[in-house]
Design a protein around this ligand. Structure first.
Ligand code: GLC
Length: 608
């Protein structure tokens, strides 16, 4: 009850009116008790206002602090045209020029591009990508705050592709960070934070406090009582309007990952240290760490709660969410400022990190050896020492997997539930487990070995399959509900998504096997621009532009750019990587439940 009453609704509006004669600008912020006015020379008048529509606000709790800090958010909006920014802009341009020259030079000396004609071709793909990425930028009160999901001139039905999706913005944000353009990312972080505790319901039910929206839109609406003026309003979607009403569990996790990357890349730690940002991190963590009925340390979610936002049989404990969850915990631990009230939260976070990494490394991992173990599993074991803890029936091992598993290599399975292993290979979950060290070093190499061994299936003519293999026949009917958009080898059902190039690149850089990513980028470059940057490709060998694929999909563009920028300077990938944590390894050794059960022959620590 107390929580509910302290919940408040934000209405963050920005009014704008062209005033071409009067070249002054009034910027107003109204909070409960704060009222500030700034002047700046500009064409637009922008009035930011915030109103409390529900209940009172408890000072002293997290939400109270956030309101005070909104002043800073708005200061940020008010400062964009200051002289300081103009200077910074010049610096950035000079830096960009230098960087571009260096990239060119290193490409040539690497022997990656030998032919000057090719060089020009590749540069023009990158230039085109930058132009398109900049065109996709969305402004709020005159400030860049995100990128639209797709800007497809050939599609009449925009659905929600005209919105800024949190997950889609991540590669855009990283591309801008790597280019030295930090403002858009800072704005994105702070404005999406404003949306975090927005009161949204679906049929009278509200999602948990701390949930970040899947997407938001900047709407321009007429200002009440003034025909000559409009106002801009941020309108979030927490899944209550999304196709299938899916909950965006990944949004908050990505938000934390981007926040850390912003701090590491820009050197500006003041954003993560803000009270409202710290509160935002804690709200996400509390939501994820809340006790439930669960027996496993993995995060329990509904179907379609991540990049695959459709019914695809990924409910329960899908790998992608676990990998992002693990990253978010690691990143949050780095950023949380110690204070009395957060000791319990940090303890819970540390315990979860240990349990989660043990669980994933031990039970999600498969390779030929493990597969053979499963094949010989005894079932119906009632004991603490059961080998087959989840009562997996060996018959579940599908014939495709026996053929497909290479001698060298392995991967983390898609999902694990009692009596059920989803053996499909999911690219994002596996790659991100490499990036954040959820997978051990040996497992990480094995994942890349598998990608190399299964290149013609996973990369084929366009990187990278979202998952492998496709659901087919009766399985497709039952699991997808006969979804005509997710037919075999299409869209989420084993379609190929160029955006995954950037995650592949970070994973390869971490394991010092960049040549794998470079090869994939080269394959993408053969078609991606000519095909007009599709959202996804169809068919087993990714030969066709996806049936209902958007063209000029922003995260295909941004994913390519991030891959290129990182390949040109692999050290920059550090803003996304978390290395193996030695404290965690020690904790894993002592907490190993196998050890506790007294299996004396187990000298090995935690790797399956
Ligand atoms: C599709 C994708 C989702 C993405 C959205 C916008 O729904 O499945 O991951 O965020 O499009 O591009």
């Amino acid at each position: 009850m107390k929580k509910r009453s302290s919940r408040h609704r934000h209405l963050f509006e920005c009014s704008s009116m062209l005033q071409s004669q009067l070249r002054t600008h009034q910027f107003q912020l109204m909070s409960f008790h704060d009222y500030k006015t700034y002047s700046r020379p500009w064409l637009q008048t922008c009035k930011c206002q915030r109103a409390e529509s529900v209940g009172g606000i408890t000072t002293g709790d997290g939400n109270g602090s956030r309101l005070v800090n909104d002043v800073e958010t708005s200061n940020l909006v008010g400062n964009v045209t200051s002289a300081k920014h103009i200077l910074e802009f010049d610096d950035v341009q000079a830096q960009q020029l230098k960087q571009e020259k260096e990239v060119l030079a290193s490409n040539v000396t690497n022997g990656a591009i030998t032919d000057s004609f090719d060089t020009i071709g590749l540069n023009s793909i990158e230039e085109e990508a930058w132009d398109l990425l900049r065109e996709s930028v969305v402004y709020y009160c005159g400030n860049p705050i995100g990128t639209i999901a797709a800007k497809d001139p050939t599609s009449s039905n925009v659905l929600n592709y005209d919105q800024v999706f949190i997950r889609d913005f991540i590669p855009s944000g990283i591309a801008f960070l790597l280019k030295g353009e930090h403002d858009i990312v800072r704005n994105f972080i702070l404005y999406t934070l404003q949306l975090q505790s927005w009161e949204k319901t679906m049929d009278c039910h509200s999602p948990g406090q701390g949930l970040m929206p899947a997407s938001f839109k900047v709407r321009t609406v007429p200002l009440d009582g003034d025909d000559s003026a409009t106002e801009e309003v941020l309108d979030p979607d927490f899944g209550e309007a999304a196709i299938g009403r899916v909950a965006p569990v990944d949004s908050g996790l990505w938000w934390i990952i981007l926040l850390r990357a912003y701090g590491k890349c820009s050197g500006d730690l003041s954003v993560q240290e803000r009270v409202d940002v710290q509160t935002g991190i804690k709200m996400i963590l509390r939501l994820c760490l809340a006790d439930g009925f669960d027996m496993f340390p993995t995060l329990l979610v509904t179907d379609g709660s991540c990049m695959i936002d459709r019914r695809m049989g990924i409910h329960g404990h899908p790998l992608e969410i676990q990998a992002l969850f693990y990253s978010a915990l690691r990143c949050a631990r780095e950023m949380l400022t110690p204070e009395d009230g957060s000791a319990d939260l940090i303890r819970a976070l540390n315990n979860r990190l240990v349990a989660l990494s043990f669980h994933i490394r031990e039970y999600y991992w498969i390779d030929l050896k493990k597969l053979n173990e499963i094949y010989r599993y005894k079932t119906e074991e009632y004991s603490y020492d059961a080998v087959n803890k989840f009562n997996i029936y060996p018959d579940q091992i599908s014939p495709w997997l026996v053929e497909w598993m290479p001698n060298k290599g392995g991967y983390l399975i898609g999902n694990l539930q009692p009596a059920h292993m989803d053996f499909r290979f999911f690219s994002l979950g596996n790659l991100w487990s490499v990036v954040n060290s959820l997978a051990t070093v040996e497992q990480s190499h094995a994942i890349l070995d598998l990608i190399e061994a299964k290149w013609s299936d996973l990369v084929a003519e366009m990187p990278l399959k979202i998952c492998y293999p496709a659901l087919d026949g009766q399985e497709w009917q039952i699991i997808t509900g006969s979804d005509p958009k997710n037919t075999p080898w299409s869209y989420h059902n084993a379609g190929s998504w160029p955006t995954l190039l950037w995650q592949l690149t970070v994973a390869c850089i971490k394991m010092k096997r960049t040549h794998i990513a470079a090869k994939a980028v080269e394959i993408a470059e053969r078609r991606i621009s000519r095909d007009r940057w599709p959202e996804y490709y169809d068919t087993k060998r990714s030969r066709f532009i996806g049936k209902q694929s958007r063209l000029y999909q922003t995260w295909s563009i941004a994913g390519y750019l991030v891959a290129k920028l990182l390949l040109a300077d692999p050290s920059k990938a550090n803003i996304l990587i978390t290395e193996e944590d030695s404290e965690l390894v020690n904790a894993l050794i002592s907490a190993n439940p196998r050890g506790k059960r007294g299996r004396k022959s187990m000298k090995q620590t935690y790797i399956v």
